[in-house]
Design a protein around this ligand. Structure first.
Ligand SMILES: Nc1ncnc2c1ncn2[C@@H]1O[C@H](COP(=O)(O)OP(=O)(O)OP(=O)(O)O)[C@@H](O)[C@H]1O
Length: 325
């Protein structure tokens, strides 16, 4: 039996020293999502109903940095609400890993889960009726989460501050039925922000509103992000909302498929600012890539495709044999 020496060649002609150096480099590489506030790592959620299994999330990866305001989009049934319910601490994934602000969503007991929902995340749902208690005024609705948390310092003052910040200070003594849908959603946002959550989740917050009101609501989310520094994830079908954020992530078949990043560029000659949007496909750590559906259709890509590695890019071609057959 032979042993490779410290500096001699090991299996495949690689020296032990080299293997050790590679292992050390892998060890020192930061872990996936180490600097993210929200980290979803190969999340899977399987629902079983009447003996039929539905894979709502199929190994979804998502990282969100602290202070981001981002949108999640996707066709109906793609898994957006499933993901939001998991991030909100209302549902648990079947497999994978998910952490939000240092909380491991798969390892929380009932008590920790309750604290998580009260203090770490805030949520705004599409149905205005789900966000506010109908028999409480706006100010009482905002104060309630602070009372439930205990230590109600600054309670009265903070409720008013939040309502003022979001442009609904005048509604403080009104009950939900005495407010418009837009005012109710802004109060709902104040309720969600009451306990200074690290993350705010919103599922179609503008879904039931006309476009002008939707714009006002989105402006209130932006204010919360800019003034309070809250990290915000909004699920939306609203193209206007999706195109106003810096980052829009698309979910397809339970996985993140594409991302649009927008940045402001200044024209060197005219000095005019313009927003430039760029679409990226997401490569998971197993090397899987979802090609955009329109790209696939345009080249009639099916089953087998031909890949060619160039020095700075990868080419994808339809299989010539399939074309001929
Ligand atoms: N509790 C459940 N039991 C069984 N199947 C479910 C359950 N919740 C969701 N699903 C299924 O999981 C898949 C993803 O659903 P999900 O509600 O997350 O999609 P979505 O992208 O939010 O859709 P929409 O935009 O219509 O709300 C769908 O096929 C749905 O039917």
């Amino acid at each position: 039996m032979t042993h490779s020496t410290e500096s001699g060649p090991g299996a495949g002609g690689v020296s032990l020293a080299e293997l050790e150096a590679r292992a050390a480099a892998r060890r020192d590489r930061p872990a996936y999502g180490h600097d993210a506030l929200i980290s979803c790592d190969r999340l899977v959620r399987i629902f079983s109903a009447d003996g039929v299994e539905v894979q709502a999330l199929q190994g979804l990866d998502l990282l969100v940095r602290e202070g981001e305001l981002m949108a999640l989009v996707g066709a109906s049934g793609s898994g957006k609400s499933t993901l939001m319910n998991i991030l909100a601490g209302l549902d648990e994934p079947s497999a994978g890993a998910a952490t939000v602000a240092g909380c491991d969503l798969l390892a929380m007991d009932a008590k920790e889960r309750l604290r998580y929902r009260r203090e770490v995340v805030g949520f705004v749902w599409q149905q205005t009726g789900r966000n506010l208690l109908p028999y409480l005024t706006a100010a009482q609705n905002v104060s309630l989460p602070m009372q439930l948390r205990g230590g109600a310092r600054r309670r009265a003052g903070r409720a008013q501050e939040l309502l003022d910040l979001l442009g609904v200070g005048r509604c403080r003594d009104r009950r939900p039925h005495q407010m418009s849908g837009g005012q109710q959603q802004r109060v709902a946002l104040a309720v969600a922000l009451a306990n200074e959550p690290a993350v705010l989740l919103a599922d179609e917050p503008t879904g039931e509103l006309d476009s002008h009101t939707a714009e006002e609501i989105f402006a209130a989310f932006r204010t919360a992000n800019e003034e309070l520094g809250t990290t915000i994830v909004i699920v939306t079908h609203d193209q206007a909302v999706a195109s106003e954020v810096r980052r829009t992530v698309a979910i397809r078949d339970g996985r993140t498929s594409t991302e649009v990043l927008r940045r402001t560029e200044v024209d060197a000659t005219t000095g005019q600012e313009a927003v430039v949007a760029r679409e990226y496909a997401m490569l998971d750590r197993a090397g899987r890539l979802q090609l955009p559906a329109d790209h696939v259709a345009a080249l009639d890509l099916r089953d087998r495709v031909l890949l060619e590695l160039e020095s700075d890019h990868l080419g994808v071609w339809p299989d010539p044999e399939q074309r001929e057959s």
